[in-house]
Write a protein that binds this ligand. Structure first.
Ligand SMILES: [Zn+2]
Ligand SMILES: [Zn+2]
Length: 351
């Protein structure tokens, strides 16, 4: 099969033929119809997590059709259209037994712990625990986002952020997960302030229902958010993952506000300074959010199919596998297109 491979961290990824994966006894192989390009793919390529074994195929945000299943899988068969949370849970550890599959003690992640979905086929573990069936009329490019950014945003805003109608939600960083968080918060009846350095990203945030946008290149983010929200946001998300956005998110909260850390902060990039004195004095709540368990997908799918969460509008660019390498590399550069880039590995024939 064809896959996008990199042989060294930071080296140009190339499309080449590699052996087709076989399903584990408990696993499935999925033919990838669409797979989103995510900032964590870029972190992996750039070498911010040196546990990734080389050579490597990135990609973890996917939708497609089941191609084959292992001998113990009972719930799925070839042809079923599916997506999968990027945290593939074991289904049997203490966290899984408590329903917290998103922090499974024995989790695997396509595109990180093993080869991922920037390929014609991808192997996924524990299919009966993890696969999520898709409505027939949901486009693969839309469904791919449910594997990472849209699901991550949903859990961050709803389960971890405990958003309530009428609350002010600040979203720092309007990449794929940030724009998804804007949509989820608006769908929940919240009022949204979106912060970014890109006017194009802020334009999309406005299109998706943000009432106020703050351009971090020209405005002081914290005073702007505090002014727009009448004293600070009830809920604020760092959807990018940087010392600046993490600090600004915490400082833009009102008393007893909740900060949810969503964007990755790889230890190799340093540890952000957290204003803990403010956390104490204002009784702020800081929580992390990591993916979403497969059993929470019905609520998310209902939000998408009802039109309340128009996840299809997040997709601004669709490219074949041959263009995935340059797109991945350019993710860390200015001028990367706003919105979500989706790779369609079946769109090109064999080389
Ligand atoms: Zn992702
Ligand atoms: Zn587990």
């Amino acid at each position: 099969m064809r896959a996008l491979v990199f042989d060294a961290y930071g080296a140009q990824p190339v499309v080449r033929h590699v052996p087709e994966p076989a399903p584990a006894e408990h696993g499935a192989v999925v033919r990838v119809e669409a797979t989103g390009l995510c900032r964590s793919d870029w972190h992996a390529w750039a070498g911010h997590d040196r546990t990734i074994a080389l050579p490597h195929v990135p990609g973890h945000e996917l939708a497609g059709a089941v191609e084959a299943v292992g001998s113990t899988v009972t719930g799925w068969q070839p042809g079923d259209r599916v997506t999968v949370p990027f945290v593939c849970a074991c289904g049997s550890c203490a966290q899984c037994l408590s329903g917290n599959h998103q922090v499974c003690e024995r989790q695997t992640q396509p595109g990180f712990t093993g080869w991922g979905s920037f390929a014609e086929l991808v192997a996924l573990d524990h299919a009966d625990v993890n696969l999520v069936g898709l409505p027939d009329d949901m486009a693969a490019a839309t469904a791919a986002g449910l594997g990472c950014r849209v699901a991550t945003a949903h859990r961050a805003v709803v389960a971890q952020g405990r958003v309530a109608p009428g609350e002010w939600v600040a979203v720092h960083g309007c990449g794929g997960v940030g724009l998804s968080a804007v949509m989820v918060a608006v769908a929940c009846g919240a009022r949204v302030v979106a912060v970014d350095v890109s006017t194009a990203a802020l334009g999309l945030a406005r299109d998706f229902g943000a009432e106020v946008t703050v351009d971090a290149t020209t405005e002081g983010v914290v005073p702007a958010v505090r002014a727009a929200t009448g004293g600070g946001a009830h809920l604020s998300l760092d959807a990018l993952g940087s010392a600046e956005t993490c600090g600004a998110s915490i400082r833009s909260l009102r008393t007893r506000g909740r900060h949810v850390q969503v964007g990755l902060l790889p230890p190799d990039l340093g540890h952000p300074a957290i204003p803990m004195s403010r956390v104490i004095a204002h009784e702020l709540v800081l929580v992390g959010s990591h993916g979403m368990p497969s059993h929470d997908y019905p609520g998310l799918l209902a939000m998408v199919t009802s039109g309340r969460l128009p996840a299809d509008r997040l997709v601004t660019r669709r490219i074949p596998l041959d263009e995935a390498g340059p797109a991945l590399v350019s993710m860390g550069e200015p001028g990367f297109p706003a919105g979500v880039t989706v790779i369609e590995p079946q769109a090109t024939g064999p080389a």
